[in-house]
Design a protein. Structure first.
Length: 451
């Protein structure tokens, strides 16, 4: 046991369960960002500007509700000794809401279709938050040392990479297997939603047991402020949290923009809608291959330095992709693969650093705010991943992109074709470059990372 009362090493079932939770987070975090913008503009006929609003509004709601869920999760954990109720509630509700997201009735087009998507997306993001916020809080309660938390998080990131690859490559394939269009998207939503739910249920059951206490580092004995107030207080009082969150949000924006632009690049730059599968595999498959090495690098040089190196590689690889507009070709997949190598570290290291921030905050403040901090983190992560596609749609709207409701690809103006490439290359590169500023200032117990 660690000095905090948290087991130094989590039980095997908890490690397995925590890893399986990434099936849900990988699916929900990937598919909407990858295909929802394209679904709106190239199937439902929603103008790019309105489509951007449709994917942004639910995430504004998410930013507001996540800290509230975090505080409620903390209260439930103190009262019941487990976060299981929240985990299961999200796991059961999300598959239904996810299917509704891609179930826009055939008679709805334009603004009416966009409204349907907004309502369904709000419901889906709320259900996801019910699971994701307590899920993110678990490592600080399951493992008592920084090294043990890295070992707990590393399998989760490996499963996350597999899930992202499976959903990102398999989702569009399912869409096409069921005929594409609205029917294809609906089938994709139903099938992938069920898989997401199964992964979440297994995570809830294996990481918690009814009546079992996860032993938070410090159990508060006083009443805390409301969710949003507590979230603002956590950000104000914890400089490491502010810096790490800003780093991760900027990087989530970068990857969200790249994911949101990928389908447009496949269709309008590479000239093949199905090239999305290869593009996505080129981004995620390298992450699977280098994940074991990424963990060893962190053990040797520290998580912060490893994240700095990964981010720098991502900047170089994505910036080079701007040449895809004048010279598209197979080399594009090579650069995307290099970005994928960097993506492994950009996923692993921040999530391995967050439990250290939570533990340090508990030790410094004398109260457990794991759920509140997890709510703040989830708000930033989901907002970044969602605003990435919204940023893509904003650029497409400004450059004159033409939406469609028919299967035939529309001829786009040269400005829109440049907009597609820029959002896939320079925009992610600049966002990742900006993330290096707060990351360079992050300095939480580097010496303890190898403990």
């Amino acid at each position: 046991m660690s000095t905090t009362g948290v087991p130094a090493a989590p039980p095997r079932r908890a490690v397995v369960g925590y890893a399986l939770g990434s099936v849900g987070t990988g699916g929900f975090g990937t598919l909407p960002g990858l295909v929802l913008a394209y679904y709106l503009t190239d199937t439902l006929g929603v103008m790019a500007g309105l489509a951007g609003l449709a994917v942004t509004v639910p995430k504004i709601w998410d930013v507001l509700v996540d800290p509230i869920i975090g505080r409620a999760s903390d209260a439930s954990a103190r009262r019941r000794g487990s976060r299981r109720a929240f985990l299961l509630a999200g796991a059961v509700a999300l598959p239904v809401c996810f299917a509704l997201l891609f179930a826009v009735p055939g008679g709805l087009h334009g603004w009416a279709a966009a409204l349907w998507v907004v309502v369904a997306f709000v419901l889906a993001t709320t259900a996801f938050s019910l699971f994701q916020v307590p899920y993110i809080a678990l490592p600080a309660e399951l493992a008592g040392t920084p090294a043990a938390r890295t070992r707990l998080v590393a399998p989760r990131i490996a499963v996350l990479a597999v899930a992202i690859l499976a959903f990102g490559a398999g989702g569009p394939e399912l869409r096409e297997a069921f005929g594409g269009g609205r029917d294809g998207y609906l089938a994709m939503g139903v099938i992938t939603g069920l898989v997401i739910g199964i992964g979440m249920v297994l995570a809830a059951v294996l990481t918690t047991r009814r009546g079992e206490r996860a032993a938070p580092a410090v159990v508060p004995t006083h009443r805390t402020d409301g969710g949003l107030v507590a979230a603002v207080a956590a950000l104000r009082e914890s400089r490491p949290l502010r810096l790490l969150l800003l780093t991760f949000v900027l990087q989530a924006l970068a990857t969200g923009a790249m994911l949101g632009a990928a389908q447009y690049v496949a269709t309008y730059t590479l000239g093949d809608e199905s090239a999305l599968t290869v593009l996505f595999a080129a981004l995620v498959a390298p992450a699977l291959l280098v994940m074991p090495l990424a963990r060893r690098v962190a053990d040797r040089i520290g998580k912060r330095r490893a994240l700095l190196g990964s981010t720098a590689l991502f900047v170089v690889a994505t910036a080079a992709l701007v040449l895809a507009r004048p010279a598209p070709g197979p080399w594009v997949f090579v650069c995307v693969g290099l970005a994928g190598v960097a993506y492994a570290g950009m996923q692993l290291y921040p999530l391995a650093m967050l439990p250290d921030v939570i533990a340090a905050d508990a030790a410094a403040r004398g109260k457990d705010r794991a759920g509140v901090i997890a709510g703040v983190w989830t708000s930033g992560e989901t907002a970044g991943l969602a605003l990435g596609p919204a940023l893509v749609l904003g650029v497409l709207a400004l450059t004159g992109f033409v939406s469609r409701t028919t299967p035939d690809v529309v001829t786009q103006p040269a400005s829109a074709l440049w907009g597609v490439v820029v959002t896939f290359s320079l925009v992610p590169a600049l966002l990742a470059l900006a993330s290096l500023v707060p990351l360079a200032r992050f300095a939480l117990a580097e010496a303890a990372e190898g403990s």
